[in-house]
Design a protein around this ligand. Structure first.
Ligand SMILES: [Zn+2]
Length: 150
């Protein structure tokens, strides 16, 4: 497993999490459509994430392993903290979300939590998603803004 994930890796994990929640499994064609990529591109990426132990095959599609879910949860907590901070500094919520997507993979959790404490431990991000969660909401802002889910 890599020590650093790319924002794109996390997009895939979040979309698989969302799709397996609503449909029981995340099919390659649905993942490709949600992320606006070609099917072979999605297929390669899903296989890579499976080799890292973050995804497993279920009913002709993919779902997150425990490890994959734990990474999604950590990223989502960092995501909402950073976007809350950026929106308090004047960015609009979706702008803050897109920038937080780039930063969440780089910032260690203890530093993110320090920022969260410095802001007075807010409970929700600017999109009203919970910041301190045990699992991310399936249709979180992280998924909605990137995958343009209605
Ligand atoms: Zn948000």
């Amino acid at each position: 497993m890599p020590s650093l994930f790319s924002p794109r890796d996390i997009d895939y994990l979040m979309v698989v999490y969302h799709l397996s929640h609503v449909r029981g499994t995340a099919r390659i064609s649905d993942v490709a459509r949600y992320l606006g990529v070609a099917k072979p591109t999605a297929s390669l990426m899903l296989k890579k994430l499976m080799r890292f132990g973050l995804l497993r095959r279920v009913n002709g599609g993919y779902t997150l392993t425990k490890e994959g879910l734990s990474i999604c949860t950590d990223m989502f907590i960092k995501h909402t903290i950073i976007e809350t901070a950026l929106s308090r500094l004047g960015l609009d919520p979706d702008e803050a979300c897109r920038l937080a997507r780039e930063i969440e993979v780089l910032i260690p959790m203890d530093k993110a939590l320090k920022i969260w404490e410095g802001m007075g431990k807010p409970e929700r991000c600017p999109h009203s998603d919970p910041i301190k969660c045990t699992t991310p909401p399936p249709a979180s802002c992280r998924v909605r803004v990137i995958a343009r889910i209605r």
